[in-house]
Design a protein. Structure first.
Length: 354
């Protein structure tokens, strides 16, 4: 029996055959992988091309709508122009010139008599519109004078008297007045008139009537950041530095009714935080904040120089001295009073750093 087994052919596959089979399957797998990658790459390219094409089409539509709106205004078709510019702002709030044209057409509409005959049913008394017309006239006067508070008061009275009175036009006036008033409350030449919280609220109301442009959106976000930073004033200097550092780099002259702008707040908070680090013995940690504060010109910088110099010398020597009382460096600068109308509750989405 063993002799018969010895004469049978060996069933073991030769190594060369195994290598051929492995190479075949490996090549097949690589080809399939390349094919899949090619399909995915082609799909992504196609998707990107479609998006680009859609963007090009939208840009062409917005350009056409803008040109049509301008022509409609030139021909006195203000209602048509109003729809053109509203369409543009709904699709691209930052489209150049669209908001200005919208304001212009709203003013034209407010100063133009309603076109078209008024049909009065037989045996029906003509409604007395003298009161609403008088209110609307006051709205026109307030818009011409850019008295946005008076515009909003008159519009509220108009809506109360007749909710259906020139609805589209009144909505547009609300939008413009609320946005202008909100911007003025946040960025005002008279710092005592600044009300960041009120400005944020007005812009939120304006957003109900139409999309905010990039300028208004930016003002709102920076105002929220300022309010959050101010909420840590005299409580947590590290957090105050964190928030006002962002404002100092982007909107250094934004301020609240304390008349202390973001740049000044950053400098003051950086010095206070550096003082606390020196008191805890971390002179090298304090050094960078003194350096940053001294980069901002201020008449009281010489008062800070002795402490900053001491910190610089100790850090260069590699010394970490025993915590000691720090000389008060800001005796001539009173702690600013934060606007009592500002509360940090509206900025809960901003998470303080740990």
């Amino acid at each position: 029996m063993s002799e018969i087994d010895d004469t049978q052919p060996n069933a073991t596959v030769p190594p060369k055959e195994i290598k051929k089979r492995t190479s075949f399957w490996l090549t097949t797998l690589v080809l399939l992988l390349i094919l899949v990658i090619g399909i995915l790459f082609g799909y992504q390219n196609g998707l990107g091309d479609r998006r680009k094409a859609a963007s090009v089409v939208l840009d062409q539509q917005l350009q056409e709508q803008f040109q049509m709106g301008v022509k409609a205004m030139e021909n006195g078709l203000y209602q048509v122009a109003l729809k053109n510019f509203q369409f543009i702002l709904q699709n691209d709030p930052g489209y150049p010139g669209a908001e200005d044209k919208l304001v212009e057409v709203l003013l034209k509409l407010s100063l133009s008599p309603t076109s078209g005959p008024t049909i009065t049913p037989m045996f029906t008394a003509t409604p007395d519109t003298r009161s609403t017309d008088t209110i609307f006239s006051s709205v026109q006067t307030a818009i011409a004078g850019k008295d946005w508070g008076a515009v909003l008061s008159a519009l509220d009275a108009l809506r109360k008297a007749d909710p259906t009175y020139k609805t589209v036009l009144v909505d547009g006036m609300y939008y413009i007045a609320l946005m202008q008033q909100g911007e003025n409350k946040i960025a005002n030449a008279d710092c005592k008139a600044i009300n960041l919280e009120g400005g944020i609220y007005d812009l939120a109301l304006a957003e109900r009537f139409g999309p905010l442009d990039n300028y208004a959106q930016g003002l709102r976000e920076w105002a929220r950041l300022y309010i959050t930073g101010a909420s840590f004033w005299d409580i947590d200097w590290k957090q105050a530095v964190y928030y006002f550092d962002q404002l100092y780099l982007n909107t250094p002259y934004l301020m609240d009714s304390s008349c202390m702008n973001a740049q000044q707040r950053y400098r003051y908070a950086a010095i206070k935080y550096a003082d606390s680090l020196v008191a805890s013995g971390d002179v090298c940690g304090a050094k960078q904040y003194y350096d940053a504060a001294m980069q901002i010109a201020n008449k009281d910088n010489p008062v800070v120089v002795p402490t900053a110099t001491y910190v610089w010398e100790q850090c260069e020597k590699g010394n970490q001295p025993t915590p000691r009382p720090v000389v008060k460096t800001e005796t001539s600068i009173p702690t600013p009073t934060i606007d009592q109308t500002i509360t940090p509750t509206s900025t809960s989405a901003l998470i303080p750093i740990p």
